[in-house]
Design a protein around this ligand. Structure first.
Ligand code: PMM
Length: 284
């Protein structure tokens, strides 16, 4: 049985995200982009005001609030299901007040543990991603030399985060976990996690995965000189992953090109439907 994953469309209201930095920085542009993603079939809009690209410096909290709150307010008012991509308690609280019903915290509560109190109080869904350090030095933490390598490390570190999250009063049903592709991970780590994602099922929570446009896909598709495929030309590889991950039963996929992902999911749905219908036999 196929359960179609939720599609989370990315709206980066930032000047410097690796995938689309600067394109949607003006509130009107971000709101229009959110509407386009809904029309393409997004279930959730993930609105973020801090770039987490390797090496990025953090915005001030006021800057982050100024970027995301107007966009969340407008899109939530129009009826969209809105997620806020933030590591900060103040931003999560303001986003929930503005209508967000999902808090997507790439640090899983490590960057600002007060965010867990906000989530517990609001009762909203909480995406906790595997994370080791802020973007400016996360590369130094891409080392997984313990037994079981990256998969065991991510599983155990997410298990520890889940314990802390539940201990802060967040209900288990609110929590979705994410292996954090590209965050303190080299391409080989991302591929291993994708291959052995099933190992995270012991955590007993649904999974969200964000592979879209990431540099490990650019490296996979590098030209003969080794130049990575540009960010905007990695979509077909992401579509292949969309199919693979949907078949593995992930709860959600965080994507930039919602239309491509939605089309791929339609194919899977059609095939699943076909398994339960009988072929029409001509009567004459
Ligand atoms: N990746 C990015 C940002 N937020 N959130 C979750 N839950 N999972 C991810 O993999 C993730 C994320 C970085 O990508 P972007 O700069 O294109 O938004």
């Amino acid at each position: 049985m196929l359960t179609t994953p939720v599609l989370m469309g990315v709206v980066n209201v930032t000047p410097d995200s690796f995938s689309d930095g600067g394109r949607w920085l003006a509130p009107d542009a971000a709101i229009a982009h959110g509407r386009d993603l809904l029309a393409d079939g997004a279930d959730i809009l993930d609105i973020g005001g801090e770039s987490t690209r390797p090496g990025a410096t953090r915005p001030l909290v006021e800057e982050e609030l100024g970027r995301v709150v107007p966009v969340i307010t407008a899109l939530a008012q129009e009826g969209a299901t809105v997620s806020v991509d933030t590591m900060r308690a103040e931003v999560a609280a303001a986003a929930v007040a503005a209508g967000a019903t999902v808090v997507n915290d790439v640090s899983g509560g490590l960057a600002d543990p007060r965010i867990l109190g906000v989530v517990a109080e609001a009762g909203v869904r909480y995406v906790a991603m595997h994370w080791r350090a802020h973007a400016d030095h996360m590369r130094d933490f891409a080392v997984y030399d313990g037994p079981g390598g990256v998969v065991a490390a991510v599983r155990d570190e997410l298990a520890a985060r889940l314990d802390a999250i539940l201990a802060s009063g967040v209900a288990a049903e609110q929590v979705v976990l994410d292996p954090g592709l590209g965050f303190a991970k080299r391409p080989i780590h991302n591929w291993r996690l994708l291959r052995d994602l099933g190992a995270l099922s012991v955590l007993g929570r649904p999974l969200l995965v964000g592979a879209s446009r990431k540099s490990f896909l650019g490296q996979l598709l590098a030209d003969r000189r080794g130049t990575p495929r540009p960010v905007g030309e990695r979509e077909h590889a992401n579509t292949a992953l969309t199919v693979l991950l949907a078949q593995q039963g992930v709860w959600g996929l965080r994507v930039h090109d919602v239309r491509a992902a939605r089309d791929a999911l339609r194919v899977l749905e059609r095939l699943a439907e076909d398994a339960t219908t009988t072929e029409e036999v001509p009567t004459t």
